[in-house]
Design a protein around this ligand. Structure first.
Ligand code: B12
Length: 460
């Protein structure tokens, strides 16, 4: 993805909720990436700040050791500091993580806002906090690990305060995503949580219990406008797993257009291919309202593989969706997955042909990764398919498991071949550099200087 610095949205949402619901709490959001902190800088900072609670963001499984290291540093500075972690990885591995990392005191499982606020209030009010009564946490007491009952989800996401961007105000000008938006200020906006579909490789739907909850169109547009006016954010990335594309998107576009900011912003969404087809009428309005980039999950051109993934689309839908996006001048990024158990050199060769046939503006090839929390993880563990248990490599670029026909090394080589087949084509590169769509021209110019293939070759 090249050069980027994203704002830490998850932790900013927790922070603004705390500000609203837990009085007398002093909050500092420390963005270590924006500060370019070393581990030593972090240690010095924690020493100066003397926090009662340290709660790092996690985002993805591949960051789990960095999270453990962060709370380890907090404990080293002061063993009395309470350390709290959360997010998908630690929710899915609550038992193992508490056992493996003595430096983690408490895990907030699932949706964080209410649980974390209640926890912080409890610590503020009582010398001996009554952890057993707080729903949604797992914790250690002595040698025993406790898992309290889960907490119900927030009913209406419009009740959440805006993310606490003011807590990282000094960094707002630094957040950027060069490949996607050049030097435009970059902000993340959450329109909805969860997804009703149940793709076997995805760790999100189980985490959000197969439910999809959305903020209202007005509320999402308010956040767009706020980030634009207050921080000059012109590249707005909607983090929704599944943007939906139904009537609420039509309404959202009306709201954005009404506010007169559409021509000056660029926004990005992830959507399902069947929704692109079903709601194709909304695409041109989306483009008019500033949506210039959409990510769609194609995953495979093989019907059996799509069924194994429980993806519920047909290969022919992929081509149709890309064409619809192209017609609306929305830059189409498609993802493809290799490494399904039955994959062989031949099936992946077919996938490459499929990707070339579908011809999205940008293709991302990923290796099937058994993220904790997925059915795939359980299946892979039971069958002892997992050969790499270093979570730092769980980034969909490293091969973690072999297939029935390919070793991990061969799979890694196949990933390289996928990129080199798609981007090695001189015709595609030229078409990209001269494309009528300005996003495409910029992306291909950027990619040309990235040495992507060299990096991928270094993985095997
Ligand atoms: C935006 C985004 C990015 C941005 C970064 C954004 C950032 N720094 O904040 C970019 C593009 C850079 C990115 C990169 C990657 N990403 Co990403 N990303 C997302 C996305 C779309 C949104 C994240 C978000 O802000 N969500 C909204 C917030 C509010 O939700 P949340 O983080 O889950 O937090 C809530 C709770 O989980 C909980 N919580 C979370 N953390 C904590 C911590 C504490 C202490 C507490 C109490 C509670 C708590 O409370 C919060 C409020 O309820 C998610 C999918 C998704 N919709 O969440 C994928 C996702 C997190 N990414 C994923 C992956 C795999 C990656 C990459 C590895 C991809 C790659 N190959 O490079 C890299 C990893 C980079 C890195 N080392 O961190 C996967 C992770 C899967 C997994 N289990 O590991 C996800 C889930 C996508 C998916 N469907 O598979 N990503």
């Amino acid at each position: 993805m090249g050069e980027y610095l994203p704002p830490p949205l998850g932790i900013l949402e927790l922070a603004s909720y705390l500000e609203e619901k837990a009085e007398d709490v002093e909050i500092e959001v420390l963005d270590c990436q924006a500060e370019q902190f070393s581990w030593q800088d972090l240690e010095n900072h924690i020493e100066r700040l003397t926090p009662d609670i340290v709660a790092p963001s996690a985002l993805a499984t591949c960051n789990s050791y960095a999270v453990a290291n962060t709370v380890g540093i907090a404990k080293k500075v002061n063993p009395q500091t309470t350390t709290v972690v959360g997010g998908q990885h630690f929710t899915a591995t609550a038992d193992e993580s508490l056992a493996a990392y003595p430096e983690i005191d408490i895990i907030v499982r699932g949706e964080g806002e209410q649980t974390f606020a209640e926890l912080v209030r409890e610590f503020g009010q009582h010398k001996k906090p009554a952890l057993h009564k707080i729903k949604g946490i797992s914790f250690k007491q002595g040698d025993r690990i406790f898992h309290n009952p889960p907490r119900a989800f927030i009913k209406d996401l419009d009740d959440l305060p805006f993310p606490g961007y003011h807590l990282v105000r000094e960094h707002m000008d630094k957040y950027h995503f060069t490949m996607m938006a050049g030097s435009k200020n970059y902000a993340l906006i959450e329109g909805s949580r969860g997804c009703p579909h149940k793709c076997t490789f995805c760790s999100q739907w189980k985490y959000w219990n197969g439910q999809w909850r959305s903020k209202s169109a007005k509320r999402i547009a308010d956040e767009f406008e706020y980030c634009y006016n207050e921080y000059g954010s012109k590249f707005l990335w909607l983090v929704d797993d599944n943007f939906g594309l139904g009537k609420h998107v039509d309404d959202l576009c009306d709201e954005i257009l009404k506010r007169g900011i559409a021509d000056d912003i660029l926004w990005f969404v992830q959507a399902r291919i069947d929704d692109v087809i079903q709601h194709q009428n909304v695409l041109s309005k989306m483009h008019k309202a500033g949506n210039q980039w959409m990510l769609i999950g194609a995953e495979s051109g093989n019907i059996a593989t799509l069924e194994t993934f429980n993806k519920k689309i047909r290969p022919s839908d992929v081509k149709q969706a890309v064409e619809l996006l192209r017609k609306s001048d929305i830059f189409a990024q498609a993802t493809f997955i290799i490494g399904e158990r039955k994959d062989s050199a031949q099936t992946i060769h077919h996938l490459r042909e499929f990707a070339n046939h579908v011809d999205p503006d940008l293709a991302i090839f990923m290796i099937l990764t058994p993220f904790p929390g997925t059915d795939l993880y359980e299946e892979a563990r039971q069958n002892q398919w997992i050969e790499d248990s270093n979570f730092a490599n769980y980034d969909m670029t490293h091969a973690i498991m072999p297939t029935e026909n390919l070793s991990r090394k061969q799979l890694q080589q196949e990933l390289y071949k996928c990129y080199s087949s798609f981007y090695g084509s001189v015709g595609r590169r030229l078409k990209g550099l001269l494309a009528p769509n300005k996003m495409k021209r910029r992306t291909y110019r950027y990619l040309a200087g990235q040495g992507l293939l060299k990096t991928l070759a270094s993985l095997f």
